[in-house]
Design a protein around this ligand. Structure first.
Ligand code: SF4
Length: 209
């Protein structure tokens, strides 16, 4: 990454953090994946129960492996035979690790979900939500953020899960009503009524999609 991009990202991150603070959410900037991992582990107290939903960026910085190996109780929903029990346990977690499909540069977070386990836990349930967000997700306005979520994140996710959606074939949202659509629920996180619940670590890397 060029020096100019590094400087631009550091400046832009400060704007995003101010936007988050104006929305009762906390933001932090990490220059590297390693710094982001260190900050995340500082935020999550030892002994916490931790779960996740579609958090590719948290996986990419090594946070999920660190939680599994560390002094935490990781709630692995995939390990439960009873998916409803797993979901209810996840809602009661101390920390929920999440990614963003897109963010505006003034701190609004955009996510799209098919089953809604991820967006519902972001909205309510877990005591804290920690987003790991690469600077590639930052968009200049809500319209651009929604377009990114529908034309970049959703098609890649549809391909990743082998779904039969138009975007999986074309790489672009076709506003489908396919039975496989992952665009069932849209969550715009624009304010938190609960100080200290939502934290966002912005990382000077391309993370997730
Ligand atoms: S609405 Fe359909 S085509 Fe558009 S991104 Fe969602 S799943 Fe893909």
């Amino acid at each position: 990454m060029s020096e100019m991009i590094v400087k631009r990202n550091a400046l832009l991150a400060q704007k995003v953090i101010k936007g988050l603070e104006s929305r009762n959410m906390a933001g932090y900037y990490a220059a590297t994946k390693e710094d982001a991992l260190q900050k995340a582990l500082e935020l999550i107290p030892a002994g916490s129960s931790v779960t996740m939903g579609g958090a590719m960026s948290a996986i990419e910085i090594g946070l999920v492996d660190a939680v599994k190996a560390g002094d935490y109780r990781f709630i692995d929903r995939d390990a439960y035979a009873d998916k409803r029990a797993a979901m209810l346990e996840a809602y009661d977690a101390d920390w929920f690790l999440a990614g963003a499909n897109a963010m505006t540069d003034d701190g609004v977070i955009v996510n799209i979900d098919g089953n809604a386990n991820r967006v519902s836990a972001i909205a309510q349930g877990p005591k804290h939500v920690l987003f790991i967000v690469g600077m590639n997700k930052i968009c200049p306005d809500p319209d651009t953020a929604m377009k990114r979520a529908r034309n970049v994140a959703a098609p890649v996710n549809a391909q990743r899960f082998g779904l039969s959606t138009p975007c999986a074939r074309t790489g672009k949202c076709m506003d489908c009503k396919s039975p496989d659509t992952i665009c069932c629920q849209f969550l715009i996180t624009r304010f938190s009524r609960h100080p200290g619940r939502v934290h966002v670590i912005l990382v000077n890397e391309d993370l997730g999609f």
